[in-house]
Design a protein around this ligand. Structure first.
Ligand SMILES: Cc1cc2nc3c(=O)[nH]c(=O)nc-3n(C[C@H](O)[C@H](O)[C@H](O)COP(=O)(O)OP(=O)(O)OC[C@H]3O[C@@H](n4cnc5c(N)ncnc54)[C@H](O)[C@@H]3O)c2cc1C
Ligand code: SF4
Length: 410
């Protein structure tokens, strides 16, 4: 069977992709803020890679100062808007909240963070200013969270910043990759615009091919190019119609009306990381009758976060463990009709009409990064091997401080 377009109505699709964690009302935010114990040496702040002063921003919400609260958040983390929607808080700030030790629910830090940062976004408040011009220039390769966090801080120091981005839109995976029910592209782009408004020059549609060349023109270069495309399975049948990699599938979904993204009736997702979960849940929400994770190891070995696994189960996704894909089976007309797997019980074919490959991203080999060069700085996924938005933001901010130090003191 060939891929079929989703048969859900536009209204249903809108509901399926609505925010999974809707915003707090003002009253609820006040109640929640007043539950905070405002710990000294707050473990939530320590657990946050950008070390946002969580008690301070929550206290400002409690006193009705949303602008001041957002300032505390965004001072530490230029991507505080998107992090509020997409951070894996269960393993970061909220996981560290002392209320967990009392068997109580942790403070809803991310939703409070969203409450404050949405306020400044909605009211178009400008919280930061560019610094006095220094006459120094920095090139940034990649307009993802790492590159743009670095750009914002460099502008605040007064350096001239030019960001080069291959894609037509900035934001990196925030715009093109984060699950639609967590973060929508328009929010991601509004957050980016705030940074660009500080006087960052953005050149989209430009793929940098040589860092050395940039070094002849700029005083320093920051590289935040993220990771490359999804790794290939390396099994027969991978090029059949109906086989797609997870990033391409998700990017299409995030950049087109929902009904325009094709989904099969019976979808198999190969892999069990967070991207695989995003792919399987979004396939189900697009209208697939069945959407099943196929994973060569056991349930306990899944690299995805536990709460992501729970989400996929709640969405009605299926799981086949200890099933190692051997080949994609053709329907005889060049399209996928199943995944042949080896299991402890023997070989079998899991029937499907769409296969989404989600076994991780490779490195960006196409760009040589002279990592030891004193004027070259690297951060985000291409430096840490692939982490979260908040890590990329932290590394971008940190690199900006190092670049400023080098440009100022040599
Ligand atoms: C499917 C998926 C879902 C995710 N979900 C979450 C989530 O829910 N929560 C979370 O916190 N994190 C999530 N992440 C991780 C998060 O998106 C990344 O950690 C973060 O985007 C890394 O930021 P970055 O700036 O390093 O890279 P990227 O966001 O990848 O940005 C790099 C940018 O560089 C550009 N570029 C690359 N090469 C060049 C070149 N030669 N010249 C010019 N430009 C170039 C790219 O086009 C891209 O725009 C997810 C990742 C994936 C893949
Ligand atoms: S940025 Fe993320 S980890 Fe840090 S406090 Fe905010 S929600 Fe928590």
């Amino acid at each position: 069977m060939r891929e079929q377009p989703a048969v859900l109505s536009d209204d249903q699709l809108e509901r399926n992709f609505a925010d999974i964690a809707p915003p707090l009302t003002n009253d609820y935010a006040l109640l929640e803020a007043n539950k905070c114990l405002f710990c000294h040496d707050a473990p939530c702040t320590l657990a946050c890679p950008t070390h946002i002063d969580v008690p301070a921003f929550i206290k400002k919400i409690a006193s009705g100062n949303l602008r001041g609260s957002a300032r505390v958040i965004l001072e530490a983390n230029p991507f505080g808007h998107s992090c509020a929607r997409a951070c894996p808080v269960e393993v970061l700030c909220e996981g560290a909240c002392v209320l967990n030790d009392r068997d109580e629910q942790p403070i809803k830090i991310a939703l409070l963070q969203r409450h404050a940062t949405d306020y400044v976004l909605e009211h178009k408040l400008k919280l930061f200013e560019p610094g006095a011009p220094t006459g120094r220039t920095v090139a940034i390769v990649g307009a993802g969270p790492a590159g743009l966090s670095c750009a914002r801080e460099l502008r605040r120091f007064g350096h001239a910043v030019t960001v080069f981005e291959s894609k037509s839109q900035p934001g990196g995976l925030n715009t093109y990759g984060i699950a639609e029910y967590k973060l929508k592209a328009d929010v991601a782009l509004a957050e980016v615009q705030d940074i660009l408004d500080l006087g960052v020059e953005l050149r989209t549609g430009v793929t940098v091919e040589s860092i050395e060349e940039l070094l002849t023109e700029y005083d320093a270069v920051f590289v935040g190019v993220g990771l490359g495309s999804t790794k290939r399975l390396g099994i027969p049948g991978e090029d059949l119609t109906g086989v797609i990699d997870a990033l391409t599938f998700i990017e299409h979904l995030k950049t087109h009306p929902y009904r325009d993204t094709k989904v099969g009736q019976r979808v198999v997702v190969i892999g069990a990381g967070n991207t695989a979960i995003d792919a399987v849940t979004q396939a189900k929400r697009l209208g697939a009758a069945t959407a099943t994770i196929v994973y060569r190891r056991g349930e306990a070995d899944m690299p995805c976060y536990h709460y992501e696994y729970e989400l996929a189960k709640r969405d009605g996704c299926g799981f086949r463990f200890q099933a190692a894909p051997q080949r994609i089976v053709s329907n005889g007309n060049g399209a996928a009709a199943g995944v042949a797997v080896r299991t402890p019980q023997g070989n079998e074919v899991i029937p499907c009409d769409m296969v989404i490959v989600a076994i991780g991203q490779g490195e960006r080999d196409e760009l040589a990064i002279p990592r030891d060069h004193p004027k070259v700085f690297v951060g985000g996924d291409c430096a840490n091997g692939g982490a979260e938005i908040v890590n990329a933001a932290a590394e971008g901010v940190q690199a900006a401080k190092q670049i400023h130090e080098r440009l100022t003191n040599g």
